[in-house]
Design a protein. Structure first.
Length: 409
């Protein structure tokens, strides 16, 4: 499925482009429809090479390994690619509605996803990824566990019993890894949340301690420290808030946490979504601050999850988030050099910028960008997709509109 560049001809709602000016009703409807099609084609471009290779048990043979250090091997990169890609695709894979083309695309990717998962946990497979246990394996086993929580029916329950047993064995093996005293505590907690959600043996301390530590590390106004220190980066979006919210949701469902603790975390979650929405400029850019900026639009996983779970602030309409994220995606993902000749992601923020990557960044790491696509798990008739295009907050302000001042939580 070749991705067409819809948004070159369809105006986005930025500082100087209001659809209400000069467009017919038909053109407006086309613009609304094209947002979802653009997102689907972007997801297809990301997922196609990886899941095709994984479903044929040729992931290790096919996936290029670009690093920032020049190393030709990085064993964890394959699990990074699978876990992060599926964590972003999962809500859409779980969904049923859509037009005939979308349903056909989804059906194919469901099959490939299951085959890929089978290949990476089967000890007899050439793509078996759990034959060693380095720290990074905990991280990306957690992203895969997050994918299972986001698509329990299509990614977990659809697996055959043998593959399920192999997944559980692989996840259990990650307990050998001692997580760093930082957001890494949530990786251990995410795996235990998966066990808890599926009524499998779990370690309550690996759930309770990370939640308590992040309560202690809360800094104010919707932001957590990455450990006891403040880091000015996007880790509240890459990892902390999305995982923490989903972990405590499972714990609440299973009566393992007090409801008032979850309510507090949820209020902070919504406040950070307000901050993230304001960070997207009228031009679809955002401050390139902090570590792991090569995760590209993954910096806005939090805003995407807030949209998916309908946890946006009352004064932020879902349609303005859709328009803001579409504008940002176009700036980042359509930049020349984003992909290699075979369609695999290359290191960078805007195109290929290897120097922007840290020592832990490699090809597989980059697929965290797929988490910005979480709202594809909302049906087309949801207001996120169906409401008329709307300018986002920074566009309104820089257009001179009268706006209420922002306030801290």
């Amino acid at each position: 499925m070749k991705r067409r560049n819809f948004l070159q001809t369809v105006p986005l709602i930025g500082a100087g482009a209001l659809l209400s000016n000069g467009l017919s009703a038909t053109e407006k409807e086309k613009a609304i429809t094209n947002h979802r099609e653009y997102w689907l084609e972007l997801m297809d471009q990301l997922a196609g090479p990886l899941l095709k290779a994984g479903s044929q048990r040729k992931l290790k043979a096919s996936m290029p390994v670009e690093t920032t250090t020049g190393a030709k091997e990085k064993p964890s990169t394959y699990l990074e690619g699978v876990g992060r890609l599926l964590a972003g695709m999962a809500p859409w894979l779980e969904l049923e509605p859509g037009n005939s083309n979308e349903i056909k695309l989804r059906k194919g990717y469901r099959k490939q996803a299951l085959e890929t998962i089978s290949g990476i946990v089967d000890p007899k497979s050439p793509d078996y990824l759990f034959d060693h246990m380095e720290p990074q394996m905990l991280v990306d086993a957690a992203f895969l566990a997050h994918a299972f929580l986001r698509a329990p029916k299509q990614l977990w329950l659809a697996l055959d019993s043998k593959t399920k047993q192999q997944v559980v064995s692989a996840f259990t093996a990650t307990r050998e890894v001692k997580p760093y005293y930082s957001n890494w505590l949530l990786f251990s907690a995410m795996i235990e949340a998966f066990f808890l959600d599926n009524d499998l043996p779990f370690d309550i301390m690996r759930l309770d301690l990370p939640v308590k530590k992040h309560q202690e590390w809360y800094l104010g106004d919707g932001l957590y420290g990455d450990g006891p220190d403040f880091h000015w980066d996007y880790y509240n979006s890459y990892v902390i808030q999305p995982m923490l919210m989903d972990i405590v949701t499972v714990m609440a469902d299973k009566k393992k946490i007090r409801s008032r603790e979850v309510e507090t975390i949820a209020r902070r979650f919504t406040r950070y979504a307000a901050i993230q929405e304001r960070l997207i400029s009228p031009e679809g850019t955002f401050p390139a601050i902090g570590r792991s900026i090569a995760y590209r639009m993954g910096a806005f996983q939090h805003l995407a999850q807030a949209s998916l779970q309908e946890r946006l602030p009352e004064d932020v309409h879902p349609a303005q988030v859709r328009c803001a994220l579409s504008s940002l995606m176009k700036r980042l993902m359509d930049a020349p050099g984003t992909y290699d000749k075979d369609g695999w992601l290359k290191i960078g923020l805007v195109g290929h910028q290897n120097a922007l990557g840290e020592h832990y960044i490699s090809t597989g790491s980059l697929y965290l960008c797929s988490t910005a696509l979480l709202p594809l798990g909302l049906p087309p008739e949801n207001l996120f997709w169906a409401a008329n295009d709307s300018p986002w907050t920074s566009s309104k302000i820089w257009n001179g509109e009268q706006m209420k001042a922002d306030k801290a939580l």
